[in-house]
Design a protein around this ligand. Structure first.
Ligand SMILES: Nc1ncnc2c1ncn2[C@@H]1O[C@H](COP(=O)(O)OP(=O)(O)OP(=O)(O)O)[C@@H](O)[C@H]1O
Length: 309
């Protein structure tokens, strides 16, 4: 299957000479949710702005649905919806009119049934006649999404959809994104919240200093790079790791009640059996065992740190 978005060696230098994208190549499959992670100034917004035709690339090519975004910009843009980071709505406009207007901007004929479908899918139908200023922050974000979906795009870009929103609203947005995916929309979102990528993305791309450091299936990424920790809770507190157990992989918790063993999930032999027999040989009595998988956050921090080094 050919990708719905294909980005080939994209370079972007701004007028002041700053190189914000240094040859980014990326293919996005139809129906997936791709999260772009990266520190401030990494180039995430530049990348999506270029694909959406808001910023012009210095070199490289982008196609959306097989259409070149420069040579065939109308066809390409008709397939794209963009939800900007900032809420930029007309405060005294009615919800339904602002969404209708967005559809008109793409030269699509008025279609009340299509607008109703979009508003209903975002639980905004009850609010269709409300003025924007009377809506809560969460509802305003939904209106931004409704506007971006008004012309039936197949690809939706969300630029930090949950920046600065509370936990409840963030989860609400995740549900909205999941529903959109279920309806067949391909979603690319930028985020600073690693837990967001962990919760909703199928694939994760990590950008730093204008380069795509990695793009991989989230599950595979966590498996490939993940480390696990086995926590061995002891029946009695100890002062130090027994000599027979001493290694870089074994540490003692501050309260002296838990031995923490870090192991690599990629290795065929994790060393757990040996560790547990050594614990028994050292005369230690176990109270409980638990494991902890390293999170995407650990992986991200390691990657960006390695890149900086
Ligand atoms: N119009 C511009 N002129 C010059 N430099 C720019 C311009 N727009 C962005 N930049 C620079 O390009 C780099 C990438 O910016 P971009 O907004 O793409 O990053 P980002 O990853 O989206 O960051 P954030 O997470 O902070 O939103 C930054 O160093 C930024 O200062």
């Amino acid at each position: 299957m050919s990708p719905i978005v294909s980005i080939q060696t994209l370079h972007k230098s701004y007028d002041d000479g700053f190189e914000a994208l240094k040859g980014v190549s990326l293919e996005i499959e139809e129906g997936e949710i791709l999260a772009l992670l990266g520190p401030n100034g990494a180039g995430k917004t530049t990348l999506i702005s270029t694909v959406c035709g808001i910023t012009t690339a210095t070199s490289g090519t982008v196609t959306v649905g097989g259409h070149d975004i420069i040579k065939d910009f109308r066809a390409a843009r008709s397939l794209i919806g963009l939800v900007p980071q900032e809420i930029n709505l007309e405060p005294f406009e009615k919800v339904i009119n602002t969404v209708r207007f967005s559809r008109g901007l793409y030269g699509k004929p008025r279609d009340d049934a299509a607008i109703e479908k979009v508003l209903r899918s975002l639980s905004l139908w009850d609010k269709k006649d409300a003025r924007i200023h009377a809506l809560s922050g969460g509802m305003k974000r939904r209106v931004l999404i409704a506007k971006a979906l008004a012309h039936d795009p197949r690809v939706l870009f969300l630029d930090e959809p949950t920046a600065g929103v509370d936990v409840e609203l963030r989860r609400d947005m995740w549900d909205v994104v999941a529903d959109l995916k279920a309806s067949g929309v391909t979603i690319i979102l930028t985020t600073h919240y690693i837990e967001e990528a962990e919760a909703i993305a199928d694939r994760v791309g990590v950008i730093a200093k204008g380069e795509l450091l990695l793009v991989e299936k989230k599950t595979k990424l966590m498996k490939r790079m993940g480390q696990k920790q086995l926590e061995v809770q002891l029946a009695e507190k100890i002062d130090a790791v027994p000599a027979s157990l001493r290694s870089d992989a074994v540490t003692l918790s501050e309260d002296g009640c838990t031995l923490i063993y870090t192991y690599d999930t990629k290795r065929e032999r994790t060393g757990i059996t040996k560790l547990l027999s050594q614990v028994a040989d050292a005369g230690l009595v176990l109270r409980d065992l638990s494991t902890r998988q390293s999170s995407l956050e650990d992986i991200f921090v390691t990657l960006v740190r390695e890149d900086a080094a």
